[in-house]
Design a protein around this ligand. Sequence first.
Ligand code: UDP
Length: 373
Amino acid sequence: MRFGVAGAGFSGAVIARELADAGHEVTVLECRDHVAGNCHTERDPQTQVLVHRYGPHIFHTGNERVWSYINRFGVLLPYYHRVRTTVGGRVYLLPVNLLTINQLFQTALNPDQARAFIAEQADSSIEVPRNFEEQALKLMGRRLYEAFFLGYTRKQWGLEPNEIPASVLRRLPLRFTYEDSYFSHPHQGMPRDGYTAIVSAILDHPLIEVRLSTPYAAADRDAFDHSIWTGPLDDWFEHRYGRLGYRTLDFEEIRATGDFLGCAVMNYGDLDVPYTRITEHKYLAPWEEHTDTVCIRETSRLAGEGDIPYYPIRLAADQRTLRRYLDAARSASGVTFAGRLGTYRYLDMDVTIAEALATADRILAGIDSGGRI
Ligand code: UDP
């Protein structure tokens, strides 16, 4: 069969590769001038620092199939992400751990004492948290929530935390030890040559043709036996039920000699600081040596037409609109929707790859059984 894939991020690339490995011809159309979507990395021409163009991406997974898959296409070096946050003129460690707790409360609690102390602060009247704020109050109590999450979350989402799903906070652990690694997965790493090299290697197959700077036009839908759409779900349907809400990011570069932050990522939790975080990119590849540095400051805002979508907002109104698009997607023929944008979910890279592999399996099984794909 001849497949057309819209988008050369992880979803599109992995599905394209699996289909090509099974002997199908695949054309990947990518509207930007590079592959890898928002994971795109490139060397800064002045400093040679490997820059994550659309914000820091750290690979972490507990999925063995995904870990061995990504290791087939590039070298991942050990990297444990650590994040600091500046709040009220002081610097703390994230995710919230024993040092964060002891610093904020000016205590010297051990793990058991800290657990009991936080349990006293936590709101035990909340049984099933209905939103981000309730999740935070139930987990850690008001003081920690207000210090580290309230301001940052308002800036990041442009919403009150009680309007945001509880699942957004569940991304982060709360630890009663001094372990400050941002993620807890058994496999964590950073591609030595960047994500773009990995995605290019995935797409490097004689049956795959990649066309950059080429949007997937309406005519392309008929040119292939089947389309894989990894762009925004509502774009495919030409926004017939309205637009799904996304947050987009504005980036501002900072250059300095030597070090600027002294760590990979510094978050800023105070509302009077407009940006959410700064990334010092050389610390995302700590095995490299650079005398100069390049940092990128991120500010979040509601995505308008033409802006790059980053985070699906998933407010109640979006959920209603989403249900209509999902119904339309289920009954649409000749197309499969995949990825963060294609399914309107807040997915990490490993989940994206796992789902892309499963989607390709399903398509191939459908072809084999002569059924609908
Ligand atoms: N968050 C926060 N303060 C922080 C870091 C994160 O309030 O210093 C909240 C924020 O709402 C964010 C969510 O926790 O959207 C998940 O954080 P994560 O680091 O997973 O966000 P990402 O890296 O995907 O932007």
